[in-house]
Write a protein that binds this ligand. Sequence first.
Ligand code: AMP
Length: 281
Amino acid sequence: MKVCRSIGEIKSFVRSAKSSGNTIGLVPTMGYFHQGHLSLMRLARQECQIVVVSLFVNPTQFGPGEDLLDYPRDFERDIDMASQEGVDIIFAPEPGEMYPSGYQTYIEVGEITTPLCGRSRPGHFRGVATIVNKLLNLVEPDRAYFGQKDAQQVMVIKQMVRDLNMNVKIVNAPIVREDDGLAMSSRNVYLSTAERKAATILSRSLQGAEQAVNNGETDALTLRKQITEKIGSESLADVDYVEILSIPDLEPIQVLNGQVLIALAVRFGKTRLIDNAIVEV
Ligand code: AMP
């Protein structure tokens, strides 16, 4: 597996892969790999001839006071894990390579970025859309892989690709969870032992909601209240949002109908975790 740091190197790798007629799959990541990341690499490995993984803790998607500087990093471990998945090349640029001095162009996706994490983290999706756009331009993949864990992110990227007529298929893969249900996340390492235990309330409350829907509950307000109360029963949990929104427009709904997204963001101490489930009525 190659590791490259510069735009020149990744471009020349892509040029040569394409000239040999290979299909390219891109997995954008911020590193500190876990099974969620590896599931995307595996899927890309199955579907594409060349697999490119980008590893870049993107400063423009972090707000002031967020965890950019503390974000967990372990480059050597990541390299080993990706190489075991048969990844062809890791693109791991320094921030100055992606945003040189004088940089001034950003991608703003509209309404779909306004609820959920867009509301809690102003500017977050502007940073995400900008970096993903740049990576898609550099790697020119046939397919790019994203996890359902970041449900709104996948929708924002799909919207951008559609609106800007970009030539790539966006593939989204299911949420990978720990045995006790906690969605895998690089940020889970921030949790204390007590917080780690408490954090299972996210998946448990989503499961409870799914069960309620299966039993015939279709009132969004009632469901939202049930979920919020269940999370509230966990003293270490501090709810950021509990939302039930339509798919694919992410609009508020009163009565569940068709596919809907139940999305949560909850703080445990300084750590903010997200999780979600898609239910169908
Ligand atoms: P990150 O490094 O956290 O930016 O994540 C890189 C990619 O991995 C994103 O597309 C995430 O949605 C995806 N991902 C992160 N956690 C999981 C998970 N538990 N299951 C599936 N995909 C995930």
